[in-house]
Structures are given as structure tokens and as C-alpha cells.
Design a binder for this molecule. Sequence first.
Ligand SMILES: *[C@@H]1O[C@H](CO)[C@@H](O)[C@H](O)[C@H]1NC(C)=O
Ligand SMILES: *[C@@H]1O[C@H](CO)[C@@H](O)[C@H](O)[C@H]1NC(C)=O
Length: 431
Amino acid sequence: DALVFDSSSQKNNGSVLQENGIKKHRCHCIPAPHSISSVCISELSKITMPIAFNEPLSFLQRITEYMEHTYLINRACSLSDSIERMQAVAAFAVSAVASQWDRTGKPFNPLLGETYELTREEQGFRLVSEQVSHHPPVSAFHAESLTGDFVFHGSIYPKLKFWGKSVEAEPKGTITLELLKHSETYTWSNPYCCVHNIILGKLWIEQYGTVEIVNHSTGDKCVLNFKPCGMFGKELHKVEGYIQDKSKKKLCVIYGKWTECMWSVDPQAYETHKKSEKKDNKKQKNEELEGAENDDADDMPEVQETVSVIPGSTLLWRIDSRPPQSAVMYNFTNFAMCLNELEHGMEAVLAPTDCRFRPDIRAMENGDIGNKEKERLEEKQRAARKERAKNDEEWSTRWFQLGTNPYTGSQDWIYSGGYFNRNYQDLPDIY
Ligand SMILES: *[C@@H]1O[C@H](CO)[C@@H](O)[C@H](O)[C@H]1NC(C)=O
Ligand SMILES: *[C@@H]1O[C@H](CO)[C@@H](O)[C@H](O)[C@H]1NC(C)=O
């Protein structure tokens, strides 16, 4: 039972086997999830609560979604102007968290030793990730350009805080992008992500906090402020910031919404525009204050998803619209919909620890939401941990080693290489 998805690959059916044994990507067939209306609602009473709020992806796959707009890195590589490169990198950093929009389904926690790989010939990269630590949960990833233009890597440790009605994820960990031909390295951390109304009401997602993208060759910076939605929701999804040089001179302003698009504009034009906007706002604010209700709800403010464009701006990035079935498929993007795809022939070459083989995720994807696989895997993981403790054994990671990020000096997980040699003999049996 599969939805046939209209993409160009359909016309060109049949996959091409690559050197490395992995077929060239052809996403034409998306497994249909259980229909929300027929299965989910009637089953809700029977199932264990947590899985009902899951989406059938592992967190390792979720972080792979950073790569959806790899064309922005490719663009950065191709630009000779360093400010334009920084603009493209900033747009990439924002686009990397755009898939979070309306994604309130919780991804599955990766098991220790779980891996995920993704090769996208058309986008020109391959990526490998590994769950390198269980307590705290740390996921490390390493992506590289197929043409040697860039390396993109990081380790993510989402530290969760419960605030009663909401849960906030602090994205600890550094993200590093190296543009090899330009001998340039940029590092940053993702914004905070908050899921509201976890107990009651409609779930919604907010991202906020300051993201600083640093060019380590010069100390130049791009400072991006992901704005909290604010009292009247005016700032919802807004991102604003600037690129500054070493002497803190603002070189350009960057603005937009992480759910929609990002623009850059000359700082002067921006200031002029802001001043005229302020005048109009004063009047409006007074009207709003009169109509404000002071209730306790934590509902998502209703705002129009439009960015008002300042004359003279340059478009840096615009989000793709989601596929029509997205609403009944966990609000996945096109990119996300293909992440579980296991084409004929892939089984033989993937590492046995790959997320695509996780039986609990597969079961959920196939509509079996009350499945016992999740429990079994967790139990197996606990038993393996006990066994290690008994034998005084340390867990050793396979593809990443704990080290120091040479640019930030902070602790980081560094890819030790070799994954794509496909020697998987001594991998642990985690499923
Ligand atoms: C998908 O998005 C819609 C529209 O905003 C929202 O109502 C729904 O809760 C979202 N579903 C998931 C699984 O996040
Ligand atoms: C980053 O550093 C490199 C190397 O010194 C420099 O050439 C470039 O202008 C810088 N780029 C930005 C955007 O600051």
C-alpha cells in the first residue's frame, strides 16, 4: 500500500547502482502511514501514550534534514565575495531548522550505536551519523561534498527542560561548516526549540535564541536572532540579524522567517524602513492593548505567514511548499518522506545498525502503532548495558571519536572515517 508520488524520478524508473553499492536516489514511492482518521483515532485508546506522539523517524534521520537545502552550501562554495558567502551560510543555517515547522511528532530516540547514512547524488553530498552516547543522548554527524567542496559536521545533544505546559529543547553542541576551497570555517549552534501545549490544547513549535555564525579565519560574525513570539504573536517565526566585521561594523542586515524566506538588505535601507514602520505601529499597538485578553492559554498566535520585504532586498532562501499529503503524514517535507526508504538491494550494503532497519520505526510506519518492538528494543539495550557493566566493558563508538573542535576549542565528536568502505563485520547487534 503505497502512495505514488509525482516526481521526475518516476519517469526514470529503475535505480542505478553506484560504485559504493548504494543505488542512486530515486524517491518515487512513499509508504503510506496509517490514515489518521481510520486507524489513529480508533486505536488511541489501546496504544501506549508515547508512541502516539511519535513520528516514524529516528532523531538521527531528523538531524539529516539539515541537509535539505544543501544547494545553499554549494552556492556559498561558488561565490567569490566573502560577504555573499556568509549570507548563503546564514541562509543555510536558518533553512536547516525550517523542517521543524509544525513537526510536533517526536522522533524516536536513537539506540546507542545506531547509525544512519544518506547519499544524495543530485545534491552532491553523503552523510553518516551515529548515536555516540546514551546518557546524555548525543548524536554525531558528518557530511561531505561528493566533489570535495565542503565538510559539514557536528554533534547534537538536545537538552530537554519541562516547563509544565511546554517542553524546551536546548540544542547543545556545535555545528561546523568548512568551505574547503575557500579555506573558511564557520561554526554555530542551533536555536532553542519549544513545543507548546504538551498537556492540553493544540501543539505548536517555537524556535528562539541567538545563533552566532563565526568565520574563524577573520572573526567576522553573523548574528541571527530567532525571536520569541511575543505577547501578540507579532514576532512569531521571525529571524533578524546582521553580518559584522571584526571592528563590529554592520555590513548587511538579514531578516525573514524561518518558516518562509530570508532576505538581506543594506543596513541603511533597513534603518530607514524601521523608522517609518515604528510610526505606524504606535497607533496599532494602542488599539491592540484595548482588545487584549489576559487569559492563561498558551495558544499559537494567529499570524499571517508573510514577510514584508524592504525595498532593495535580495532573496537568500525561500522554503519549498510541503507535499499535499504532508498534513496526514506527520507534516513531513518531501525530503523527510524519503528518509526511511529502503530500496531493493540497499539491505545488502547498508550497515546493520542503520535506522532503516529499526523494527519499531518500521512497524509504526506500516500503521502498527501499538507495536511491542519499541519495548523489546529498549529492553535489549538495557540488557546489553548490564552485561557490559558486569564485564567491566566500556562502550566504544565506531565511526566518531570524542575530541576537540579545533575552531571552538569545545568538546566535539570527530568522524574517524572509513564508514563508506563498508566493512561492517564487528558492528553490535542492537535490533
Ligand atoms: C501538522 O500541522 C497542522 C497544521 O498546523 C497541525 O494542526 C498538526 O498538529 C500538525 N501535525 C503534527 C503531527 O505535527
Ligand atoms: C572569512 O575569513 C576569510 C579568511 O581570512 C576571509 O577571506 C573572508 O573574507 C571571511 N569571510 C567573511 C564573510 O567574513
